[in-house]
Design a binder for this molecule. Structure first.
Ligand code: ZN
Length: 145
Protein backbone atom coordinates (compact mmCIF):
# COMPACT_ATOMS: atom_id res chain seq x y z
CA UNK A 1 0.00 0.00 0.00
CA UNK A 2 2.87 2.39 0.68
CA UNK A 3 4.15 1.69 -2.79
CA UNK A 4 0.74 2.66 -4.16
CA UNK A 5 0.96 5.96 -2.30
CA UNK A 6 4.43 6.61 -3.59
CA UNK A 7 3.28 5.91 -7.15
CA UNK A 8 0.32 8.20 -6.67
CA UNK A 9 2.52 11.09 -5.55
CA UNK A 10 4.84 10.58 -8.54
CA UNK A 11 1.86 10.69 -10.92
CA UNK A 12 0.33 13.77 -9.29
CA UNK A 13 3.69 15.54 -9.30
CA UNK A 14 4.01 15.08 -13.07
CA UNK A 15 0.39 16.12 -13.63
CA UNK A 16 0.92 19.34 -11.65
CA UNK A 17 4.48 20.25 -12.68
CA UNK A 18 4.66 19.13 -16.28
CA UNK A 19 8.18 18.53 -17.61
CA UNK A 20 9.09 19.69 -21.12
CA UNK A 21 5.90 21.76 -21.32
CA UNK A 22 5.69 24.37 -24.07
CA UNK A 23 6.34 24.62 -27.79
CA UNK A 24 9.52 24.25 -29.83
CA UNK A 25 10.33 26.51 -32.74
CA UNK A 26 12.75 26.17 -35.62
CA UNK A 27 12.78 24.99 -39.20
CA UNK A 28 13.60 21.41 -38.29
CA UNK A 29 10.94 21.05 -35.62
CA UNK A 30 8.14 18.63 -36.46
CA UNK A 31 4.86 18.61 -34.60
CA UNK A 32 1.60 16.75 -34.39
CA UNK A 33 -1.79 17.31 -32.80
CA UNK A 34 -3.58 14.31 -31.33
CA UNK A 35 -6.86 13.80 -29.50
CA UNK A 36 -7.70 10.85 -27.29
CA UNK A 37 -11.17 9.87 -28.52
CA UNK A 38 -12.18 8.07 -25.32
CA UNK A 39 -11.51 10.86 -22.80
CA UNK A 40 -11.18 14.07 -24.80
CA UNK A 41 -7.55 14.66 -23.76
CA UNK A 42 -5.53 16.61 -26.31
CA UNK A 43 -1.81 16.89 -26.94
CA UNK A 44 0.33 18.99 -29.25
CA UNK A 45 3.72 17.32 -29.49
CA UNK A 46 6.89 19.00 -30.81
CA UNK A 47 10.13 17.24 -31.66
CA UNK A 48 13.57 17.92 -33.06
CA UNK A 49 15.08 14.77 -34.54
CA UNK A 50 18.62 14.53 -35.84
CA UNK A 51 20.38 11.40 -37.04
CA UNK A 52 17.90 9.00 -35.46
CA UNK A 53 18.14 10.77 -32.12
CA UNK A 54 15.42 12.76 -30.45
CA UNK A 55 17.34 15.92 -29.62
CA UNK A 56 14.46 17.84 -28.10
CA UNK A 57 10.83 17.16 -27.27
CA UNK A 58 8.06 19.20 -25.72
CA UNK A 59 4.30 19.20 -25.47
CA UNK A 60 1.26 21.32 -24.81
CA UNK A 61 -2.13 19.94 -23.99
CA UNK A 62 -4.94 19.45 -21.58
CA UNK A 63 -6.92 16.61 -20.20
CA UNK A 64 -7.24 14.25 -17.28
CA UNK A 65 -4.36 13.86 -14.82
CA UNK A 66 -3.39 10.45 -16.21
CA UNK A 67 -2.90 11.80 -19.74
CA UNK A 68 -0.96 14.84 -18.55
CA UNK A 69 1.26 12.84 -16.18
CA UNK A 70 1.92 10.30 -18.95
CA UNK A 71 2.89 13.09 -21.37
CA UNK A 72 5.23 14.69 -18.85
CA UNK A 73 6.83 11.33 -18.00
CA UNK A 74 7.23 10.35 -21.64
CA UNK A 75 8.97 13.57 -22.67
CA UNK A 76 11.30 13.39 -19.68
CA UNK A 77 12.11 9.75 -20.41
CA UNK A 78 12.78 9.94 -24.15
CA UNK A 79 14.51 13.31 -24.49
CA UNK A 80 17.99 12.77 -25.96
CA UNK A 81 17.46 9.07 -26.67
CA UNK A 82 17.86 7.22 -29.96
CA UNK A 83 14.72 6.28 -31.87
CA UNK A 84 15.57 2.60 -31.32
CA UNK A 85 15.72 3.04 -27.54
CA UNK A 86 12.47 4.99 -27.66
CA UNK A 87 10.76 2.16 -29.54
CA UNK A 88 11.85 -0.32 -26.85
CA UNK A 89 10.47 1.96 -24.13
CA UNK A 90 7.22 2.33 -26.03
CA UNK A 91 6.76 -1.44 -26.34
CA UNK A 92 7.46 -1.97 -22.67
CA UNK A 93 5.23 0.81 -21.48
CA UNK A 94 2.37 -0.30 -23.70
CA UNK A 95 2.67 -3.85 -22.31
CA UNK A 96 2.67 -2.45 -18.76
CA UNK A 97 -0.58 -0.61 -19.40
CA UNK A 98 -2.39 -3.18 -21.54
CA UNK A 99 -1.17 -6.40 -19.87
CA UNK A 100 -0.10 -5.23 -16.42
CA UNK A 101 3.56 -6.11 -16.83
CA UNK A 102 6.49 -4.86 -18.87
CA UNK A 103 7.61 -7.02 -21.80
CA UNK A 104 11.25 -6.83 -20.74
CA UNK A 105 11.95 -6.22 -17.06
CA UNK A 106 15.55 -5.23 -17.75
CA UNK A 107 14.36 -2.00 -19.31
CA UNK A 108 14.02 0.77 -16.76
CA UNK A 109 10.77 2.66 -17.26
CA UNK A 110 11.67 5.31 -14.68
CA UNK A 111 8.74 7.35 -13.44
CA UNK A 112 6.48 5.79 -16.09
CA UNK A 113 6.39 2.67 -13.91
CA UNK A 114 4.19 4.67 -11.53
CA UNK A 115 1.34 4.39 -14.05
CA UNK A 116 1.16 0.59 -13.80
CA UNK A 117 -2.09 0.86 -11.78
CA UNK A 118 -3.80 2.23 -14.91
CA UNK A 119 -3.82 -1.36 -16.17
CA UNK A 120 -6.75 -1.99 -13.81
CA UNK A 121 -8.68 0.92 -15.32
CA UNK A 122 -9.43 -0.30 -18.82
CA UNK A 123 -11.30 2.86 -19.81
CA UNK A 124 -8.16 4.90 -19.09
CA UNK A 125 -5.64 2.88 -21.09
CA UNK A 126 -5.83 5.40 -23.94
CA UNK A 127 -5.13 8.25 -21.51
CA UNK A 128 -1.79 6.76 -20.47
CA UNK A 129 -0.93 5.79 -24.04
CA UNK A 130 -2.03 9.08 -25.65
CA UNK A 131 1.43 10.73 -25.80
CA UNK A 132 2.91 7.54 -27.28
CA UNK A 133 0.20 7.37 -29.92
CA UNK A 134 0.92 11.01 -30.78
CA UNK A 135 4.64 10.24 -30.94
CA UNK A 136 4.20 7.29 -33.27
CA UNK A 137 1.97 9.42 -35.51
CA UNK A 138 4.67 12.08 -35.55
CA UNK A 139 7.45 9.59 -36.33
CA UNK A 140 5.45 7.95 -39.13
CA UNK A 141 4.75 11.33 -40.67
CA UNK A 142 8.41 12.32 -40.40
CA UNK A 143 9.64 9.14 -42.11
CA UNK A 144 7.57 9.89 -45.19
CA UNK A 145 9.26 13.25 -45.77
ZN1 ZN B 1 -7.94 10.92 -20.05
Amino acid sequence: MQLQNLYRSVVMDHAKRKRHYGSLTGEQVVDVFYKNPTCGDVIHLYALIEQNTLKEISFEGEGCYISMAASSMMTEMISGKSLNDIEMLEKNFEALIRHGEAADENIDLGDMQALEGVHQLRARHNCALMPWQALSLLLNTTKKI
